[in-house]
Design a protein around this ligand. Structure first.
Ligand code: NDP
Length: 241
């Protein structure tokens, strides 16, 4: 029977590429989204993925949603915590709502989504968790104190969880993409984007498929010795290690 993969934010951008990549690799894929029905329909039609709508920052919605996935398709073997949002602004003008919304969706979601599946993975002796952080969680980014804090938190969470679960066959890795050509980056003002691209040694934005290819590898049986690692994919923009 095919292994079951859940991809949060799996219907658009990087997440859609991950959902399609995992489906093509032979997994049953459940893509979780927030509300964009057109993107969810498109993914279902293009890639025959299952789609589920819930808020990844709501612990009850996640527990109920994941129980439904298990009932519909089977227990979750692979979890890709990819959903994320930005609400940028200089910190001295940032509201608590801007702070909290970003922390909830990008970091609370790690608890809400992972807690309901981790015990089952440990019991079955197999699990793959891939958390999507960001270059800006590694280096910090002006105008993104909220996002940088959340994405740094994702790195710490990954490292701790990896240590707790390695002996149970559950690996936990994190990917820090640089700037990838998705709706999130399309929201960056044109002038700012030009400066960003000029600072990328490869001279271009990354592609969602480039992130998806690594997720597919990390999800596989043969990636069992990769755990607690922070994988940087950023065209050389920030060389972290
Ligand atoms: P997009 O904005 O293109 O897509 C975001 C996805 O997350 C959508 O499917 C959206 O659902 C879903 N989502 C957002 N909030 C929630 C929520 N509360 N509950 C459930 N689903 C939610 O994002 P990207 O593909 O650009 O980014 C994906 C991840 O990669 C994010 O974590 C981001 O921070 C990270 N990243 C992105 C980079 C980039 O350059 N694009 C660079 C570095 C990191 P819906 O479609 O319904 O709105």
């Amino acid at each position: 029977m095919a292994r079951v993969a859940v991809v949060t934010g799996g219907t658009r951008g990087i997440g859609a590429a991950i959902s399609k990549g995992l489906k093509a690799a032979g997994y049953e894929v459940a893509a979780v989204y927030a509300g964009n029905e057109d993107a969810a329909k498109a993914l279902k039609a293009d890639a025959q993925c299952h789609t589920y709508k819930w808020d990844v920052s709501d612990p009850k919605a996640c527990a109920d949603g994941l129980a439904q996935v298990a009932a519909d398709i089977g227990p979750v073997d692979i979890l890709v915590n990819n959903a994320g949002i930005t609400k940028d602004g200089m910190f001295h003008r940032m509201s608590f709502e801007q702070w909290q919304a970003v922390l909830r969706t990008n970091l609370d979601s790690m608890f809400c989504m992972t807690r309901p599946v981790i015990e089952g993975m440990r019991e079955r002796g197999f699990g793959r968790i891939v958390n999507i952080s960001s270059i800006n969680g590694q280096k910090g980014q002006m105008g993104q104190a909220n996002y940088s804090a959340a994405k740094s938190g994702v790195i710490g969470f990954t490292k701790a969880l990896a240590q707790e679960n390695a002996s149970k066959g559950v690996t936990v890795n994190c990917i820090c993409p640089g700037y990838i050509d998705t709706d999130m980056v399309a929201a960056v003002p044109e002038e700012a984007l030009k400066k960003i691209i000029a600072a990328i040694p490869t001279g271009r934005l990354g592609k969602a498929d480039e992130i998806a290819d690594l997720v597919v590898f990390l999800a596989s049986e043969r990636a069992g010795f990769f755990t607690g690692a922070v994988h940087t994919i950023n065209g050389g923009q920030y060389i972290a290690n």
